[in-house]
Design a protein around this ligand. Structure first.
Ligand SMILES: [Zn+2]
Length: 320
């Protein structure tokens, strides 16, 4: 892996190694990475950084966007996501993708993949569009009748600004999160909202599972935000925080357990793709361990950070 990230992506200070020799516990990419921590602001990031070219190749090889269509599994998933059972599940397990939020106005789902979220946002009252540079994934979303933009965010110039931009488990994938946020600010209306969710690097599960915590997700997760560092980069990028919340989805706990039990360096962890195993674990976690997860969320040690921010009026935007 080329490139060194000796500086913090949030504040520019020095970083020091925090956790060493992490491996990819999902796809079996044969390499190791470290997690470094900023000596000033505490932001954590993956070291060394993959270059943009390396990252593009890794996504093409390991993320099979649009590869699975019309199978029994995809039909079942589709029916589940549009059912009232899904809304009940979100009520119990937590909504890390803003699928329960009702409203109106123009919404852009950044990194919309195959557009599963777009259908839900549209049903909830929004005029939903997507931004997805992966053309295979965006083609699937377009087949369902959605407008999906494929240019990179930094080159994207919408005809009209948006009321809401959604970054659901996306910001941590960016090689430059502050630049990403400045472009989100650019395409929002005055007072427009940003909805962000991402893993919480100070979660209890991070300390419980150590290097097997599923949300290290090296090398695809570049930055590892805590509530404090996420707040810092959002405020520094011209957003005022309106609400923050912690959620611990059963799926993420199940994946950390399966990572701890079955991940081996250089091997694909097939257990993560076993719907029966994952669903059974999720149900046990949700119904047996809910008091522990609930307390973790209340104390700010949940696995996912969910933040709603608003474009600040008193902020000097960069001009080209
Ligand atoms: Zn820093």
């Amino acid at each position: 892996m080329a490139g060194k990230n000796l500086k913090c992506m949030a504040c520019g200070s020095k970083v020091a190694a925090e956790l060493q020799n992490l491996f990819d516990t999902r796809f079996g990419i044969d390499n190791v990475w470290n997690i470094c921590r900023c000596v000033d602001c505490g932001m954590e990031q993956t070291c060394p950084l993959p270059s943009p070219g390396e990252l593009k190749k890794l996504y093409e090889e390991y993320y099979n966007f649009g590869g699975e269509k019309g199978t029994r599994y995809t039909r079942l998933r589709e029916r589940f996501l549009t059912s009232s059972l899904y809304r009940i599940w979100l009520g119990m397990d937590g909504d890390v993708s803003f699928h329960k939020k009702q409203g109106s106005g123009r919404l852009l789902d950044i990194g919309c993949n195959e557009g599963r979220g777009l259908k839900i946002y549209q049903r909830n009252g929004f005029e939903a569009e997507g931004l997805e540079p992966n053309e295979k994934a965006s083609a699937v979303a377009c087949e369902h009748g959605f407008k999906v933009h494929t240019e990179p965010l930094e080159q994207f110039k919408p005809a009209r600004p948006y009321d809401v931009c959604v970054l659901s488990n996306v910001l941590e994938h960016s090689l430059d999160p502050k630049q990403m946020l400045s472009h989100v600010r650019r395409i929002l209306k005055p007072g427009g909202q940003i909805w962000v969710s991402c893993p919480n690097s100070q979660s209890r599960l991070r300390f419980l599972f150590g290097r097997y915590w599923i949300n290290w997700h090296v090398p695809f997760h570049i930055t590892h935000f805590s509530e404090k560092t996420l707040r810092y980069v959002l405020e520094d990028s011209g957003f005022a925080i309106e609400r923050t919340k912690n959620i611990t989805p059963g799926l993420w706990v199940a994946h950390s357990i399966l990572s701890f039990l079955f991940a081996r360096p250089g091997s694909v962890n097939r257990c993560l793709r076993s719907p029966l195993l994952v669903a059974s674990l999720m149900l046990v976690i949700r119904f047996v361990f809910f008091p522990i997860l609930w307390l973790g969320n209340l104390s700010g040690r949940g696995d996912c950070l969910v933040v709603v921010g608003k474009k600040s009026a008193d902020y000097a935007d960069y001009t080209d």
